[in-house]
Design a protein around this ligand. Structure first.
Ligand SMILES: [Fe+2]
Ligand SMILES: [Fe+2]
Length: 296
């Protein structure tokens, strides 16, 4: 099994890949290709697929970690090249999502960049999926479940991350529309992939709003084995010192072969973990990087 980072905030130097705030990772297995997330835009996703010499038509299935645009923004362009694509995720994926970050930045006089088609109401900008649910049902083969699903042999979704006793990867800006008005996003849809390799279970996270510690505990409970490597967005960017220390302790206990956190991990968390676990274990995973999971 092999991973290729297709979209990330960072790019492998001296490669033709483009970067953006988003994530997309290609999982190559002997049984076929699974794409995990689509980055923030079709422009970057299609460019980077071409740079990686991957024909979109060769993708067997897509899994979406959650509904945020930095993970689902490339979906419309992908479906144009690959109509009827099986799409795995949590049923809450289709729920509207909002951010009030723009309004707060404006309130303190900071400049705000907004794409021309950004929708905003009551100071809340829509940051959920850009394809309406009815459209998506017509254009893709939606396979939504809160339970773990096996996409191809050895490639699983975690399903909904249950029993969240540890800190989540929250943003104070993220909201959903609830019965009584705006409510903090419960991130029910947030899921990761679990890959069964010769070396053991590999965890591939999208944004990990459910929290890395909660996700690791959920995987151990559901799959009955510990994780030996972690890739992807871990949302430690807003973690305090206490939270980071707990992550360090857990990872040192697991003694993983590889930890390659990217996207929403944050520089502080990355270097803190690299110092604790060593540069052989903690390595970057920018767009253009490839890893053979059977020979980590
Ligand atoms: Fe997110
Ligand atoms: Fe994200």
């Amino acid at each position: 099994m092999k991973l290729t980072c297709l979209v990330d905030n960072a790019v492998l130097p001296y490669t033709p890949f483009w970067g953006e705030h988003g994530l997309s990772v290609l999982v190559d297995t002997p049984e076929g290709r699974v794409l995990f997330d689509t980055g923030a835009s079709g422009t970057v996703l299609l460019h980077n697929l071409e740079a990686a010499e991957v024909d979109p038509a060769s993708i067997r299935a897509l899994a979406l970690s959650h509904g945020h645009q930095d993970h689902t923004g490339g979906l419309a362009a992908l479906l144009e090249r690959r109509p009827g694509l099986p799409v795995y995720g949590h049923p809450d994926l289709l729920r509207e999502r909002f951010s009030r970050r723009d309004a707060e930045m404006r309130a303190v006089g900071m400049p705000v960049y907004r794409s021309p088609d950004a929708r905003e109401e009551e100071g809340m900008r829509s940051i959920g999926m850009t394809i309406p649910p009815e459209d998506l049902r017509r254009r893709a083969d939606l396979r939504l479940s809160p339970q773990p699903q096996e996409i191809l042999p050895g490639v699983w979704t975690t399903g909904e991350v249950t029993g969240r006793t540890e800190p989540e990867g929250r943003s104070p800006y993220h909201f959903v529309r609830g019965g009584a008005g705006w409510e903090p996003d419960p991130y029910r849809d947030d899921l990761s992939l679990v890959l069964e390799t010769r070396r053991g279970l590999v965890l591939l996270c999208g944004c990990c709003h459910a929290g890395l510690l909660n996700t690791l505990a959920h995987v151990e409970r559901v799959f009955g084995r510990p994780v030996v490597a972690v890739f992807g967005g871990t949302h430690l960017v807003s973690a305090d010192a206490d939270h980071l220390e707990r992550v360090r302790q857990k990872l040192q206990l697991l003694s993983p072969i590889r930890v390659s956190p990217n996207h929403c991990t944050g520089e502080t968390a990355f270097h803190f973990l690299r110092q604790a676990l060593g540069p052989e274990v903690v390595r970057p995973f920018p767009a253009g990087a490839q890893v053979d999971l059977e020979n980590l």
